[in-house]
Design a binder for this molecule. Structure first.
Ligand SMILES: [Mn+2]
Length: 346
């Protein structure tokens, strides 16, 4: 069977719905997920705190599908200051989002997206702890297997790939809204199809999504090609103090840098992508001071070093080439501890 997708002129467009590579999640586990969803009246969805395109996009795509099945759906993420990051406000389906305080205290069924650990649920940890069933949909190799049912494929380039499968298995139809959400996840986590995680299956999925008529140009502009003027000034400050030492390039951004331009913390996400360009460095680090005064540490590797394990040793997690953690130390201490772990991993 093929999904009912249409091109921009509204003509039916038939594409193969089967992924090119086999999914390591056994059918029995998908069946179990469908069974749990089938008997729930209300499904509570969640994704990791300060969601990226993959977390929010995967969650909203499944939310659309469940709503069309006639389920009551709530979706959220556990940020203290609940707000959809500016970059992701173009995603459809945000009327299904509720603040953590309005989230069911003990959901009968919770489905969690793109969260590698329980703690990544932030304020929704307590809701997950009391939920009767928790299905975890994720692709982080560091996923420890929390929840009552895991739909986890560490080889998938994005959680959106698993979300797409869930949509099909639920009998859902790929329309432009769902495709936009899934596409945002796919392009975010593959760095616009540039990362080593990109396989034929990734492009085949992209083909299915684009065939629904979504505007890839508009999505790209929303995600990467716009920012407030203050971003340029804050970027200038960050680049002004960038340091190169022995294969490591790093810099930091303070709350004070941002305050001068009223720039929200979430706007800092792209800085690591500029810093990591450095030819002379194998590893890039950006320390970003959040509104609470903690340092959110973003790290990238060109492949030789597993920053995922470095960050895991420092209380965080992520992937081989992209990972992060939170530090409560000063900039100097944070970097001293990071260098120590990096030496062990190199
Ligand atoms: Mn992801």
């Amino acid at each position: 069977m093929t999904p009912d997708v249409r091109d921009r002129a509204g003509r039916p467009h038939h594409v193969d719905r089967r992924p090119a590579e086999s999914c390591p999640i056994p059918d029995a586990q998908w069946e179990r997920a469908l069974e749990l969803i089938g008997r729930a009246d209300e499904v509570a969805l969640a994704c990791h705190v300060t969601p990226d395109g993959d977390a929010l996009g995967s969650m909203l795509a499944v939310a659309f599908t469940l709503r069309r099945m006639g389920k009551r759906v709530v979706a959220s993420f556990g940020d203290r200051h609940f707000a959809v990051p500016r970059l992701l406000r173009f995603l459809p389906g945000q009327d299904m989002l509720v603040a953590p305080e309005d989230y069911p205290a003990a959901p009968e069924l919770m489905i969690v997206f793109d969260a590698s650990t329980f703690e990544r649920l932030g304020l929704l940890c307590s809701n997950a702890a009391t939920a009767r069933e928790v299905i975890v949909v994720d692709h982080h190799p560091s996923n420890g297997g929390f929840g009552t049912l895991g739909l986890i494929d560490a080889k998938a380039a994005a959680t959106a790939m698993l979300a797409e499968q869930l949509v099909y298995r639920l009998g859902g139809r790929l329309d432009r809204d769902i495709a936009t959400c899934l596409y945002a996840g796919l392009v975010t986590d593959t760095g616009s199809f540039r990362h080593s995680s990109v396989t034929p299956a990734v492009h085949q999925m992209a083909a299915r999504l684009v065939a629904t008529g979504l505007r890839t140009d508009e999505i790209a502009r929303e995600l990467w090609d716009r920012s407030p003027f203050g971003y340029l000034k804050v970027l200038a400050a960050a680049l002004g103090r960038v340091t190169l030492e022995d294969g490591l390039v790093w810099t930091y951004v303070t709350r004070v840098d941002r305050a001068a331009y009223g720039l929200p913390y979430a706007e800092l996400e792209g800085i690591i992508d500029i810093v990591r360009r450095t030819d002379e460095a194998e590893v890039a680090v950006v320390l970003k001071e959040d509104d609470q005064g903690d340092w959110q540490v973003s790290t990238r590797s060109k492949g030789r070093v597993d920053v995922g394990s470095v960050c895991a040793a420092l209380g965080g997690g992520g992937h081989h080439n992209a990972a992060g953690y939170t530090s409560h130390d000063s900039v100097e201490e944070t970097m001293a501890k990071f260098r120590r772990e990096l030496r062990k991993a190199s």
